[in-house]
Design a protein around this ligand. Sequence first.
Ligand SMILES: Nc1nc2c(c(=O)[nH]1)N[C@H]1C(S)=C(S)[C@@H](COP(=O)(O)O)O[C@H]1N2
Ligand SMILES: [Mo]
Length: 332
Amino acid sequence: MLIRSDNDGFNHPVPSEITSRRIYEGRRDLIKLMAAGTAGAALAGWAARDARAQAVARPGKLAALPGAKSGVAGAATMEKITPYKDASTYNNYYEFGTDKEDPAQTAHTLKTRPWTVEIEGLVKKPAKYTIEDLLKLSAQEERIYRMRCVEGWSMVIPWVGYSMSELIKRVEPLGSAKYVEFITLADPKTMPFVGSRVLEWPYVEGLRLDEAMHPLTLLTFGMYGEILPNQNGAPVRLVVPWKYGFKSGKSLVKIRFTDKQPATAWNKAAAQEYGFYSNVNPNVDHPRWSQATERRIGEDGLFTKKRKTLMFNGYEAQVGQLYAGMDLKKLY
Ligand SMILES: Nc1nc2c(c(=O)[nH]1)N[C@H]1C(S)=C(S)[C@@H](COP(=O)(O)O)O[C@H]1N2
Ligand SMILES: [Mo]
């Protein structure tokens, strides 16, 4: 009974999952779980309510960013939301340092106003959007996504934003546009590690146009019901939940539509280790470590077993079709 099941899947709560929650999370969550029952839908509702409760319970420093619960299929999970404290203090944001704790300490220097995002390249309507324009371009939703870093850890985060496709439709890509390049801020005055040689700056990421258009791809302005903390990519970032974390570029300043596959930051740094696609895939190892399992941040403990990593991070039903017929070992 004490052993956590490795099979604690995304949609199907198993008794051991509930038992382990009961032991590790204490009475408050147990009562909520029992009130919610064991049905998947009820648990998903519980997770969303719990996220909001956590956001309200701590001293809120950031402005509220309300979003109705998402209607996008497969977005919510019944898994426990990662505590806000973990999601906002265990970060990768190399412009602010390479240790997980660095960005929370140093990213206060990032200036998030005024902010513009320039749309350029193969579109009918290139434009400069202010952050204020972007915030109201479409209705914001709360989406609970499982995130997984290539380094082998994962979190479950309630993001706030709207599908990237909403913005893409406005700018009307030309028929020749096949890829989207996401360019992030590189300001040596406010970002202490821009200029260091760990990566080429600016940090650039890319998606195929159909990946960028997929409803799960979220243009993100907030988390836990509030605007993004700087260390999580304020004022606007991308979140692509079926890909390794590094595909989700932070603090976007430019979005460019191209006919050629963009060169991306991690691919330029180590091409044999990080490919363009970077889909979460337990069957394709990183050259230096396995990708078959993951450690959930916030639940490390004596009896905590690693979780099995799911194909496309558990979003296979939603995104698998994008890769039909592709050799995902070659196109990693
Ligand atoms: N501009 C920029 N974006 C970035 C990164 C970065 O170093 N710089 N790191 C990426 C990596 S490796 C991960 S795992 C996620 C982490 O996002 P989080 O800190 O909000 O969890 O951001 C991604 N986006
Ligand atoms: Mo990552």
